[in-house]
Design a protein around this ligand. Structure first.
Ligand SMILES: Cc1ncc(COP(=O)(O)O)c(C=O)c1O
Length: 394
């Protein structure tokens, strides 16, 4: 039998052991984590809608009307009119013909990719795609070819050398680097090589594009350019769940084929109602987005002045590149001593030797919050020059 305890110990020795923090109270920049009040810079609640009063009221109002549980899968008797309204709302929001509501982004990627490609087909996947895309590719049993991050020329060479059904899949905004996929170019090569383009805009929805409609609409790409658009609802939209949007035929096909949609209990319908309210807040959220952009600029200028290495990201995902696992942990801990919560991200979430602090900004932060983060980073700067070979007390 495998020695699980030994494997855990090996993770500890390598600086890869993970723990969970116990959060109390609502999700907002100032959090109670393990009983301590900390200013958090690591949530994906980019617009500050996770604890938004109107969304919570929408949930309360819906509950007595629709009840709590989903009770059954959508194809049995779980498909509630609240889900249907949300799907219509999501289709309009993304300027697509139809949409399908999934329980999580992870399930959406698994279900959509494995429904749209199978044995004998080829999937081309950006090397830095999210774990749920990677797992969806594995589940599909298609041949998977990874292309260098954002390298459209490399992808095009692979596409021209491949025949049969081809699917190209990419994050819209890369979850650990914060950069945006070259969507216009990807759409062009996919059209030229008859490949189906799937974009997972988990981190673009709510944040980028006109009225927060995401990176695909920001790039001016329509349904024909990006036929399969996936988005999550637990990040910028502030609630929970995910969706895929596209043509009527695509959505009908996924209802028949996407196993993670078919064989699971429908989400609580009241949550769908609350998500509709949250989409209203997203659409009318230009002020939030402008404030968020200002915070991103403030953070980037301040952190670069301090000599920290950032990535070329204009999104709320602003990783501070460290490299060594222990150094990343030491910096995260030093910030925590200053009352700040910024998680260290280590392999396998990021490539070996690319540990980082994944700073994320939210419209719910203030300028003073970002100043506080920069002051703490100034105070902890020396950690980067001290070689942290091993964490003494984990
Ligand atoms: C690019 C990307 N896709 C999908 C997911 C999964 O979404 P969810 O958290 O809704 O399962 C995430 C994040 O966690 C992500 O970063």
């Amino acid at each position: 039998m495998r020695d699980f305890a030994k494997e855990i110990e090996e993770r500890k020795q390598a600086g890869l052991y993970r723990t969970r923090r116990l959060i109390a109270g609502p999700q907002q920049p100032t959090l109670t984590a393990d009983g301590r009040s900390l200013l958090s810079f690591c949530s994906n609640d980019y617009l500050g809608l996770a604890s938004h009063g109107e969304n919570m009221r929408a949930l309360e109002q819906a509950l007595p009307e629709v009840g709590l549980g989903g009770a059954a899968s959508h194809l049995v008797c779980g498909h509630h009119e609240a889900h249907h309204r949300l799907e219509q709302r999501l289709a309009a929001f993304t300027r697509r013909s139809s949409a399908l509501f999934f329980s999580t982004g992870y399930m959406a990627n698994m279900g959509v990719i494995s429904a749209l490609a199978g044995r004998g087909d080829t999937i081309f996947s950006d090397r830095l795609n999210h774990a749920s895309i990677i797992d969806g590719c594995i589940l599909s049993r298609a041949r998977v070819r990874r292309y260098a991050h954002g390298d459209v020329a490399a992808l095009e060479a692979m596409l021209s050398a491949t025949s049969g059904h081809k699917l190209v899949v990419t994050d819209g905004v890369f979850s650990m680097d914060g950069d945006i996929a070259p969507l216009t170019e990807l759409a062009r090569v996919c059209k030229a090589h008859d490949a189906l383009l799937v974009v997972d805009d988990a981190h673009g929805i709510g944040v980028l594009g006109p009225q927060g409609r995401g990176s695909v609409l920001e790039a001016g790409l329509c349904q024909e350019d990006v036929p399969v658009l996936i988005g999550t609802l637990g990040k910028g939209v502030g609630t929970s769940g995910a969706f895929v949007a596209g043509s009527d035929v695509l959505i009908d096909y996924l209802v028949q084929k996407a196993r993670t949609y078919i064989y699971t209990t429908a989400m609580p319908p009241a949550l769908a109602a609350a998500t509709c309210a949250s989409l209203d807040a997203v659409e009318s959220g230009d002020e939030r987005r402008a404030h968020l952009d200002a915070l991103i600029q403030q953070f980037r200028a301040g952190a670069q002045d301090l000599g920290y290495e950032l990535m070329s990201s204009r999104t709320p995902i602003q990783p501070i590149m460290i490299g060594n696992n222990w150094t990343a942990l030491a910096l995260s801990r030093a910030l925590e001593d200053e009352g700040l919560l910024v998680t260290a991200i280590r392999p396998p979430t990021v490539p070996e030797g690319e540990a980082r602090l994944r700073v994320t900004l939210s419209a719910a932060h203030t300028e003073a919050d970002v100043d506080r983060l920069l002051q703490a980073l100034a105070k902890s700067r020396s950690i980067l020059s001290e070689a942290v070979a091993r964490e003494p007390a984990l």
